[in-house]
Design a protein around this ligand. Structure first.
Ligand code: UD1
Length: 359
């Protein structure tokens, strides 16, 4: 069984790492890793390969940054010859980034089976580039692995045949569970009180007024608790472009993008997290850390219903109200989410081997 797994952007690496490790246990699996190069900075990409002990990509398409249209087209142009040469049985894509969409379309046009991991998540907001990537990817994928029942139900509503959907849990939590164990053995707990902030979504950072308003709210929060803010390259570019550097309070510590382990070291002991990321809503839920999500919607409602997530959008009143209520309690209790147990990659591999035998 020959499999090409695709990674492109930072949130893909932790979703694929445990799967590659699992594949290595089977002699009958030939595993090839392709990196599209969507993220290319050392801090956004290379550090993850070292820390998560993922093998170096066998093939790097080196596409880099550009508009969505150009980036998607370049990935497709460069991925097609790889598929023609390698003739894999399956292409595995994860998540919802441009690399996910581009590689899915390319493989399907060559009649190669596509496996989508983290299928079925929907924000129902089609202004979000990731939502378009999710809908198109799911509509043409052959095997769809979901992280929770919401994902499965969304796919069923869209008419996907239930025989192709498998609820297997969250492979990103496999990585978190694995790395957390290594980390708690080696590093001490941070005892000071602080909040962690991440922000990179175009709707929050690409418009000067919105970014300015958010930074003012963070300044107010930082009067009550120190904030540590690892800054995504897109956000840093925008802060500089809009000349907003000077307004940021000294209580907000600006950090470079962190490696997986350094970020985990930082947020695992945080009093709370403020974020517009997708994956961090899940990771904080697993770790039982209160998470304020600075978005109008989320494709991960399970983190609200069963985890620690609070969806507040960008309203000043709502953000401050949630912040104040979190500061009054020690932590929000959350349930264990089904199959978020560190065993997802094992489940995925077994299903793939079985489906391959049936072909
Ligand atoms: C992408 C994903 C988003 C994910 C995020 C995580 C899409 C549509 N978006 O957004 O879902 O949450 O990754 O980080 O695929 N840049 C660098 N160095 C890099 C990468 C990017 O400086 O290694 C800068 C460039 O200025 C680039 C900008 O960041 O233009 C945006 O990068 P891009 O990959 O287009 O989207 P992200 O905002 O990172």
């Amino acid at each position: 069984m020959k499999i090409i797994s695709v990674v492109g952007a930072r949130p893909n690496f932790m979703k694929i790492a445990p799967l590659l490790r699992e594949f290595e246990r089977y002699k009958e699996i030939e595993s090839i890793l392709v990196h599209t190069g969507q993220h290319y900075d050392k801090k956004m990409s290379d550090s993850f390969f070292n820390e998560l002990q993922i093998k170096e990509p066998d093939i790097n398409l080196n596409v880099g940054s550009s508009s969505h249209a150009i980036q998607t087209a370049q990935i497709m142009t460069k991925f097609a010859p790889v598929l023609v040469k390698e003739k894999p049985d399956y292409v595995i894509v994860v998540g919802d980034v441009n690399s996910t969409l581009a590689c899915t379309i390319t493989a399907k046009k060559l009649n190669i089976s596509v496996v989508h991991i983290e299928s079925g998540l929907r924000s129902f907001d089609r202004t979000m580039p990731e939502e378009i990537n999710r809908i198109v990817t799911d509509s043409i994928s052959d095997i769809l692995f979901t992280t929770c029942d919401d994902g499965t139900n969304n796919l069923l509503k869209e008419g996907v045949d239930k025989k192709r959907i498998f609820m297997v849990g969250n492979s990103m939590i496999d990585t978190l569970a694995f790395e957390l164990k290594r980390l708690t053995n080696t590093s001490a707990k941070n005892t000071q009180d602080y909040a962690v902030l991440t922000l990179h979504r175009p709707s929050n950072v690409d418009d000067k007024k919105s970014l300015h308003a958010l930074l003012e709210i963070f300044n107010d929060i930082s009067k009550k608790i120190d904030i540590k803010f690892p800054v995504h390259p897109r956000t840093l570019n925008q802060i500089k472009r809009f000349k907003l550097n000077k307004m940021i309070s000294p209580n907000i510590e600006l950090l470079p993008p962190l490696s997986y382990l350094n970020f985990l070291r930082l947020y695992k002991d945080a009093r709370l997290v403020l974020t517009d990321s997708g994956g961090i809503q899940e990771e904080t839920s697993y770790l039982n850390i209160p998470c304020i999500t600075l978005r109008a919607n989320t494709e991960r409602p399970v983190t609200i219903n069963e985890g620690t997530n609070i969806l507040v959008g960008t309203s000043r009143t709502k953000i401050l109200r949630s912040f104040n209520s979190i500061m009054k309690i020690s932590s929000k209790t959350c349930k264990k989410i089904k199959y978020w147990d560190g065993q997802t990659s094992k489940r995925i591999t077994k299903i793939l081997l079985k489906s391959y035998k049936k072909r």
